[in-house]
Design a protein around this ligand. Structure first.
Ligand SMILES: CC(C)(COP(=O)(O)OP(=O)(O)OC[C@H]1O[C@@H](n2cnc3c(N)ncnc32)[C@H](O)[C@@H]1OP(=O)(O)O)[C@@H](O)C(=O)NCCC(=O)NCCS
Length: 143
């Protein structure tokens, strides 16, 4: 199930974000600020009462960007990432957003496959963007 995140979720979302190197390690205060921000969309996925993942986007219609996105290590490959991404696309469309961009490491095959399956395409690259080693891909899709 996908829901809007609330301030009480900030702690758990920060813990999930900290579990891997491909998401931004925002603090609970960072998530709280994002949840309060009127130009941000923060959705969480849940199983039972527990949060299993999140997606954060910033939007200024007609543009938007995925700013942070992760599924908890305990819940990978169970469809939560796909559900979060598709719920975010739907919510952004309702806010008159026409295009969504994101940045992903060329090494992050899982995320790139997920984005490609959801009609994102590679539009450019930023060389040695991560730790002066790995390139970043910029991906985009229209809504
Ligand atoms: C990317 C991420 C959010 C995907 O979440 P998930 O819940 O595991 O993904 P889903 O179960 O919904 O999988 C959807 C599709 O993504 C792709 N995918 C997900 N994990 C994959 C993996 N380990 N290897 C290859 N493809 C993978 C597949 O195409 C999959 O479809 P399929 O299950 O029909 O094969 C998750 O791997 C994650 O949190 N990664 C670390 C943080 C991150 O990379 N965030 C994105 C930064 S740009």
């Amino acid at each position: 199930m996908i829901k809007k995140a609330s301030l009480e979720d900030a702690q758990i979302l920060s813990r999930i974000a900290g579990q891997n190197s491909s998401s931004a390690h925002w603090t609970p205060a960072g998530f709280e600020a994002e949840i309060k921000n009127g130009a941000a969309l923060v959705l969480k996925s849940c199983r039972g009462g527990a949060a299993t993942g999140f997606i954060c986007c910033r939007f200024v219609p007609p543009s938007s960007e995925i700013t942070n996105f992760a599924v908890s290590n305990d819940f990978l490959r169970q469809g939560f990432g796909k559900a979060l991404l598709q719920a975010a696309l739907k919510a952004l469309k309702q806010k008159n957003v026409k295009e969504i961009t994101l940045e992903v490491s060329v090494r992050n095959t899982a995320a790139i496959l997920l984005y490609e399956k959801n009609l994102f395409r590679k539009v450019s690259a930023r060389e040695k963007f991560y730790n002066n080693i790995d390139d970043a891909l910029i991906m985009k899709r229209e809504l």
